[in-house]
Every structure is written in structure tokens, then in C-alpha cells.
Design a protein around this ligand. Sequence first.
Ligand code: COA
Length: 274
Amino acid sequence: MTPVQTVSQVFDAIQQAKAGAPDFCTNFFPVQRKVQDWISHGELFAELRHDAIFFYRRDRDFWHLYYCASSKTALHREIPTVAELRTEPIVLDLVGKEGDASAAIGDWESAGFRRYSRLFRMSRTSTDANGDKTESTTKIEFAVVPDAKAVLELLERAFDRFGEQLPVRYEIESAIQAQQVLVARHQGDIAGLLFFETQGFSSTLRFWAVATEHRALKVGSALMRHYFATQNAVKRFVLWVAADNVNAVQKYGHYGYKPDGLVDYVLANQLVRS
Ligand SMILES: CC(C)(COP(=O)(O)OP(=O)(O)OC[C@H]1O[C@@H](n2cnc3c(N)ncnc32)[C@H](O)[C@@H]1OP(=O)(O)O)[C@@H](O)C(=O)NCCC(=O)NCCS
């Protein structure tokens, strides 16, 4: 694999794989700004094959794998030839409707990958409210850049790095600067956080976490209610949640979120140990 140097290398390579390919398949839906960040931080690598491209994004002590192939047959043919799939710790996401996403798993299982976790998407509209306007008395504010370390630590304690696409330090700092991280404090420490991205009429809740010692004390409630109460222009709220996180699924249900049919199978190879 070789380091990717420019954003256009990525988009040109995808276009090339797509050209004239009626059965094009991919798990890569890149956003230009994110690709630029990955390249600037030396995190993105690529491996070009005849009818397929594999991108690797470094994350902590493992890689996220993305592929683009001119057809499923080409992908099936190329997977066994990529040495890194056996020598590096790798996870990949297969996103889609239940049947489509699970149908793609077989090729990866033959290459030594296993089902690591399953997430599903939940969404709600601004009218599916459950007392949204009732803000709590717990003070909620935007995080500031010096909070980045504590935000990262709380995320890494609360979530699984292989299955949940956790941001790294620079991504947390940019999210804080963009006012996308809400925090609740207790005696100067961060007791809980809500990490989100709002664009126009749509808002994605990326992470909602409360430190263990502050759970079930309405800190999570205060964060969530503040989030809904302040996203006035948003018409559609979405999030991804691990299917086995019953606690979170029930709470999201309480706030009006419902599964909307999209799933994400996270697959991991044998070098990824949970
Ligand atoms: C999920 C999490 C953030 C909740 O935080 P918390 O402070 O314990 O939550 P709260 O006690 O404030 O409860 C939140 C809401 O859920 C409601 N709730 C509590 N138990 C519930 C249940 N079993 N079913 C449905 N709703 C429930 C509460 O009444 C409250 O609603 P309200 O606003 O109407 O009062 C916390 O458990 C956590 O950090 N978990 C680990 C990380 C995680 O899984 N995050 C979610 C995935 S992104």
C-alpha cells in the first residue's frame, strides 16, 4: 500500500473504477473535507488493482478498510490477493439495507474476517418529540479546546474503538471549534458529553456518553434535551447505535428515535482482538 498524497487521487481512482461498471460496488462514501484531513495527517493509504481499489485509513492501532470494485466478481477475485488483509489488523463496515449488507459478508468471511458488531440507524423527525422543550436545570455548554483530552478519554472509556469509529484528538478539536460537542460538568470534570453534526435540516448524533459514576442521574437527559431544544432548524435527527447496546437503544426509543432500516455490519480480521 502507498500513501495517498492528494484528494483528487482518491476521487479520480473511484471514478476510474466506476467508469462503465454496471455492477460497481463499494463501502466508501468519502467526504472531501475528511479525506483532506486524513491525507494531511498521513492516515490514508491505497492499493490499486486492475478492477478494484483498496483504501486503508489508520486509526490508533488498526486500519479501516474501504474498497471500490468494478463488480462483485472483481472484488471476489481481488480480496484473496491482498496480503495486508492477513498481516494487518483491519476492520471494515458494510452499510445498507439488511439483506444487501449481510449478502456481502460471505466474501470477507472467506478471507478470514468475522462479524465483529452490528449497528443500526435510528431516526426521528422534529415532531416525534418527547418533552423536548423541557430543558433540565443541569448546566450544559459547548466544550472548549482544552477539554479535548478529557473528551477523548471519556469516548475511549465508553465506546469500543474497533466498532464505533471514534474520532482522534485533532477531529475532536475541530468538532469543539465547530461547536459540535456539548458537555455537562461536575466539580470541573466532564460528567457527560453529546457529540453531534448538524448540517442544514439534518443532525447526526455521533456520541452520547456519561461517565460511569454520573449515570442514571439525569446528566444524559440534560444533554439530550439541550441538544433537541437548541437544534431549532433541524427536521430530521439520525444516529447509529450498536444493536447489543440495549440501554442506549431503549433510551433513544424514549426520545422518539426508531430504526429506519439501514444497518452497518462491522467485520474484523483475526488480528483485531476485542
Ligand atoms: C446512554 C447514556 C449516555 C445515558 O446517560 P444517563 O445519564 O445514564 O441517562 P439518564 O439517566 O439521564 O436517562 C436518559 C433518559 O432515558 C430515560 N430512561 C431511563 N431508563 C430508561 C429505560 N429503561 N427505557 C427508556 N428510557 C429510559 C430517562 O428517564 C431519561 O429520560 P428523560 O429525559 O425523559 O428524563 C449512558 O448510559 C452512557 O454513557 N452509556 C454508555 C455510552 C453509550 O452507550 N452511549 C449511547 C450510544 S452513542
